[in-house]
Design a protein around this ligand. Sequence first.
Ligand code: PHE
Ligand code: NA
Length: 447
Amino acid sequence: MAREKWGTKLGFMLAAMGSAVGLGNIWRFSFVAGNNGGGAFLLLYLLFVLLIGVPLLLTEVSIGRKSESDVVGAFKKLAPRTPWYLTGFFGIASAFLILSFYAVVAGWAIFYLWNYINGSFFAAPEAGYEGAFGQFISHSWHPIAWTAFFMILTIIIVLSGVKKGIELANRIFMPLLAVLLIVLAFFSLSLDGAAEGMKFLFTPDWSALSNPSIYIAALGQAFFSLSLGMGAMLTYGSYLKKENKLPSATLGIGLMDTFFAIISGIVIFPAVFAFGIDPSSGPPLVFITLPSIFEQMPFGGIVGLIFFFALVLASLSSSVSILEVPTAYFMRVFNWTRFATSILMGSIMFVMGIAVSLGFGIWSGVTPIGDKGILDSMDYIASNILLPLGGLSMALLVGWFLKKSEALEATDLTNSPIGSFWHFIVKFIAPILIIIIFLNSTGIFQF
Ligand code: PHE
Ligand code: NA
């Protein structure tokens, strides 16, 4: 059977941007920045996106396009008769871990959308937004039902094939989400106390840099937000026709994703301080902040409705790219149909998602890693460890295993200063930085 291909280069760009832009930019970016002191974190994050993220994004997509295979198959093809392909399983494992909590959080977003459709969040509920949210996520099965709903939507898109579905949704709703966020940013800036939030986000507190966990947090956020290291971008790259040019495409994806993160920060943090919310509230942060903003805004009910609709679609275009990773792998290896494979993979992730959801209710005392709950533990292993390891493996493959001329050809770069600079980053800078950050976070060695 011939492998599927994107309709157009724009189709690939939209799907890749759709994969990148999602809950990571709004929900995850805000709470990780809030937990890690704001400004200093933002600076490190931006540094890692530019220095490691964008060059590795180009690397990952080029591996996919060159090998025309999935995250495990790609290594088998490019480095035959070596155990390199085993690192592809980091990608498969992170896909399971990430989608099982991503679907839970996206389920929360659909619940919010529903509350804006029926009007019940137009004004603060009796318990306040914070109380109402707390009651909702700790309920035994309500949030699980919304997670199931989101997972079913994800499966439906993946089983109908890579190009149908994703392309259209992204073409309309990504620009809409961008416009809404800009409007919200202006509104948030007009709130009393907004200046404090801007200061939190943009004035680095240098002493925060002495805490080793901030580096791994910023690295993990760069990988998560760019959909990097899992093989999602690799798999999307494998559906590219040879004639598309990669460097400008990947730079565009990186810039777009970063724009969404910064603008969400400008929406969230002024409001966090204006409404007296704790910036380190963790995963619930945006779910408490956003409705408080909408409540104060003229026509806030309608704005909230459109916002959560766009957020759910942005989450869907990301979740689809995650489910595609194991789906592509198992389809090839076992010769299963896309239909059966996507349903099976999605169902396993849903069952894992039940545990994540219960982690906010009856299992809230379960802390697999340190004092981290179920969601935070899975997120930590996947985003801060498995994704960077996957990226490290891809960088080493392209930087050291392939010849420089092959690497340049695979990425549409030439032996120009830019091409050599990219190659130097992928061969030395990115791997060394990733290794140093790992060692630093284990305490073996400290900055
Ligand atoms: N980048 C997506 C987001 O920011 C999440 C994601 C992570 C998608 C890893 C694919 C792979 O929401
Ligand atoms: Na993102």
